[in-house]
Design a protein around this ligand. Structure first.
Ligand code: ATP
Ligand code: MG
Length: 229
């Protein structure tokens, strides 16, 4: 199963809610959200801190399961998908840039970027070359041997972006990918997302607090207090 082979919307949420439970406390992080991401769209997501944006992205990326309501990937009902199909969608079809990067501390920058290629069965020499190329495109060729603990926050963020892009997945989901970057680095990153959108090679869902970054999308949605507004 691949995203590119199926003509249904890439993601559909139908009256979907997420409630976190922490002890006796319940947090309604997303409430009855309806959303469709069509193929080739670049949707930017804005909203205040704590509004539910990261929760929304994790739901759309198959990382979180809904408390109620439906989630469909390429027309397939998440609730009916077998574990290995969901894992395959997550590993092969979606490049996810986490707000907190989620780099592996014991791997170098280039090994972190090469990891999804290893999972996809690409040979070592080829995957390291692809990883280097990605890091160079983000201005990090000279840091490829550094470990995350030896990189700045903005450099870690760009490594995380390189890792999401390296397999050229048909769906890119990015949680505040320019949150730690200065204007020049943000421009480099956003030009990469914009060119992917222009070429139509991936659908993109991107959270940002920056109106300038939000303007790169062909559509912007806003989440406030767990609702699409
Ligand atoms: N694992 C969790 N357990 C309990 N509550 C959670 C959990 N994760 C998030 N929350 C709560 O759910 C709400 C939505 O969180 P979320 O991370 O989606 O917000 P956000 O819009 O991404 O915020 P920010 O802009 O600060 O990143 C917040 O009130 C948060 O405290
Ligand atoms: Mg967030």
């Amino acid at each position: 199963m691949t995203l590119t082979a199926i003509s249904s919307p890439v993601i559909e949420l139908n009256c979907t809610s997420v409630i976190y439970r922490k002890g006796k406390e319940k947090v309604a992080a997303l409430s009855e959200v309806d959303f469709t991401l069509e193929r080739g769209e670049f949707v930017t997501v804005t909203g205040p801190s704590g509004a539910g944006k990261s929760t929304f992205l994790q739901l759309c990326g198959g990382i979180l399961s809904p408390t109620s309501g439906g989630v469909r990937f390429m027309g397939l009902d998440r609730g009916r998908m077998k574990d290995h199909d969901l894992a395959s969608v997550r590993n092969r079809e979606i490049g996810f840039v986490f707000q907190s990067f989620n780099l592996l501390d014991y791997l170098s920058a280039e090994e972190n970027v090469a990891l999804p290629l290893m999972l996809a069965g690409v040979a070592e020499a080829e995957r390291l070359e692809l990883a280097r190329h990605r890091l160079e495109s983000l201005g990090l060729g000279h840091r490829r041997g550094h470990y995350p603990g030896e990189l700045s926050g903005g450099e870690c963020q760009r490594v995380a972006i390189a890792r999401a892009l390296v397999t050229e997945p048909p769906l890119l989901i990015a949680d505040e990918p320019t949150g730690n970057l200065d204007h020049d680095s943000s421009s480099v990153v956003m030009e990469i997302f914009a060119s992917i959108h222009r070429e139509g090679t991936a659908s993109i869902l991107l959270v940002t607090h920056s109106p300038w970054v939000a303007g790169f999308g062909n559509r912007t949605i806003r989440i406030d207090s767990g609702r699409l507004v």
